[in-house]
Design a protein around this ligand. Sequence first.
Ligand code: 3PG
Length: 306
Amino acid sequence: MKVLVATQKPFAPVAVEGIREIVEKAGYEFALLEKYPGEAELAAAAADADALIVRSDKVTAAVLEAAPKLRIVVRAGAGYDNLDLAACSARGVVAMNTPGQNSNAVAELAIAMMIFMARGQFTPSTGSEISGKTLGVQAFGNVGRLVARKAEALGMKVLATDPFLTPGQIREGGAEPVESVEELYARSNFVSVHIPATPQTVGSIGRELIGRMPKNAVLVNTARKEVIDEAGLAEVLEQRPDLKYVTDVAPDGYEALREKFGLRIFATPKKMGAQTAEANINAGLAAARQIVAFFRDGDEKYRLNR
Ligand code: 3PG
């Protein structure tokens, strides 16, 4: 039984060693493919793999086609828009994620980004404080809840929306529920985005929504690039010189936007929300354990496809 870890953006070495230990202790073979150029290399490496652990690596129909022995693929992380679930189902491959395991790292980055923008990207100009301001959390899942708790501890008032939760559930999680996403944007000095990229959410945050934000507001995106309507974002930044955008997922034409909007926009050079040793260990080891539990006991907890 061969378990392949394929990560274009490698896990911390300590996490790789932890995964190797779990896999080998279970009596399976461990294989590692890191920093590979693209689909062809992943397909070649997966040719004799029974199980696959990935991060944001794209597991396409072509990769699955090239891996006839594959029975399970685990996305070590939360968002699974990189897995072709229909193709997995068609080939009888079980797909899983490891929800919650890297959430704290992403939540810490969202908080850091708010302060970074409030303080003029750490330039000596006069900034502002986040204490006393209102944060709107868009989607109150594992990351959103952690951001809310941390923000409250920093003195912020926290509002939240989530289409899958009742107002009572949001209140239990420590935030004030609001009626709509529109209201969230209209009332929040900072909005932190935590929605997944799905056909319903792609391009859903644009000029109309961002334009509702109060003066000097900051939009924080540690979710997915695709959920932003980037043309609408550029338009509203142009129309409203008080608004700011900070993101862990660079928009198209970021250099030009940076030139135009200066310190009002910032994007990390590479997606780094989950890039901590702790998150790598939590998500990577969870993925390895889920694979062992699947082969040993038929455990399908966290299965994403049917
Ligand atoms: C996730 O969905 O878990 C995060 O976006 C992390 O992605 P990464 O593993 O590619 O850093």
